[in-house]
Design a protein around this ligand. Structure first.
Ligand SMILES: CC(C)(COP(=O)(O)OP(=O)(O)OC[C@H]1O[C@@H](n2cnc3c(N)ncnc32)[C@H](O)[C@@H]1OP(=O)(O)O)[C@@H](O)C(=O)NCCC(=O)NCCS
Length: 323
């Protein structure tokens, strides 16, 4: 829709055009957030949001870590809301009880508000309907299909112990070598498909350091000392496999990387097997190991060759500012 009163022909004016209906939700309207989250849970039956999601949003607004837009009816009823997380640089949620036109307006308004402030913005989640998905692509996001995969404990135990040639060794990851390993993670993903999928983590060395810090801060599952492994070639790190534990019984691999010049010799497979077998030994309750992979990433063949099977597919949407 091109508003008649759009002076510059500039898309940003659209959010001004809607200013009567769309406004930022601040402390004085916190109760409205509860009502939308409640409606979302009731109508979609999606239980993937954390129980305290509404409280998390309110805390983030209070600490200026999130910006939430709401679209109100003339009589002040909140019809839908959309949330932008400043630390994750991500549109985390948008919902208007099935009125996808409102959801489209809200995500567009957030995108227009923040696209000049950040070099990239991502989004994804079960709240994105097919129509909203198309809208993200229309406004400039690229859609990357991903696959959630799993391998049961019995299959991990049945795998042969990895054998390394002379000069190669496995050592547990420790935060003392974070800087070196960040370099390995960044260089290993530079120019690779996942750099587009996760520009915040793989688009820069600082981003890769942030990824490691996030893993250590248990953002991808409970961080366990000594459950992530580094592959060394003499004293040089040649690969890294990070492993966390979710719900007490599920191993989760947020990332694995092999230095470019060491690829194609079975080392990725060895590192993965080492990481999973050692985790199974140290976690008696472990029933499986899960991971997510971009469909366009050939790493999926490595996982399939070990017996990993698809659980479900999902998508990540990523926008990067033109260079
Ligand atoms: C994925 C990665 C870790 C694999 O490391 P690697 O040491 O080259 O992998 P391996 O040599 O151990 O390959 C093991 C198996 O994977 C499969 N495989 C690996 N790369 C493949 C490719 N490009 N195409 C098809 N199959 C491939 C092969 O089936 C191979 O099985 P084989 O032993 O029977 O030949 C490495 O390519 C990498 O660091 N990529 C960038 C980061 C990344 O994408 N990480 C995964 C995030 S989900």
């Amino acid at each position: 829709m091109a508003p008649n009163n759009c002076v510059n022909g500039n898309y940003y004016d659209i959010s001004k055009f809607f200013f009567l209906m769309i406004r930022e939700i601040r402390k004085d309207h916190f109760d409205d957030i509860d009502s939308i989250i409640k409606r979302y849970r009731e109508l979609t039956k999606d239980d993937s949001l954390p129980d305290n999601f509404a409280e998390q949003i309110k805390d983030s607004i209070t600490e200026n870590k999130a910006c939430v837009y709401g679209e109100y009816s003339e009589d002040g009823f909140l019809k839908g809301m959309a949330l932008f997380g400043k630390a994750s640089v991500r549109i985390n949620f948008a919902y208007a009880a099935g009125d996808v036109e409102i959801e489209k307006r809200l995500v567009s308004a957030l995108f227009e508000r923040f696209k000049n402030d950040y070099p990239h913005i991502t989004t994804g989640g079960p709240w994105i309907s097919e129509e909203l998905s198309k809208h993200f692509v229309e406004i400039g996001f690229s859609k990357y299909d991903r696959m959630h995969m799993t391998l049961p404990r019995s299959d991990i135990e049945a795998l042969a112990e990895p054998e390394l040639s002379e000069g190669m060794s496995f050592e547990p990851y420790t935060p003392e070598i974070r800087e070196k390993i960040s370099q390995l993670v960044f260089e290993g993903n530079d120019g690779h498909v996942d750099q587009n999928v996760f520009p915040d983590f793989f688009g820069s060395l600082e981003g890769s350091t942030r990824l490691l810090e996030s893993i250590e801060a248990s953002r991808f599952g409970d961080y366990r000392e000594s459950s992530s492994w580094i592959l060394f070639s003499n004293d040089t790190p040649a690969g890294a496999c990070f492993m966390t534990v979710r719900d007490g019984d599920t191993g989760y691999i947020p990332d694995i990387v092999i230095k470019k010049e060491f690829r194609g010799r079975g080392l990725g497979k060895s590192l993965l097997v080492q990481s999973m077998k050692r985790l199974a030994e140290s976690e008696p309750a472990l029933s499986k190991v899960n991971l997510d992979v971009t469909l366009k990433n050939n790493a999926r063949y490595l996982y399939a060759s070990l017996g990993f099977e698809k659980v479900h597919e999902n998508s990540i949407y990523s926008w990067r500012k033109a260079q």
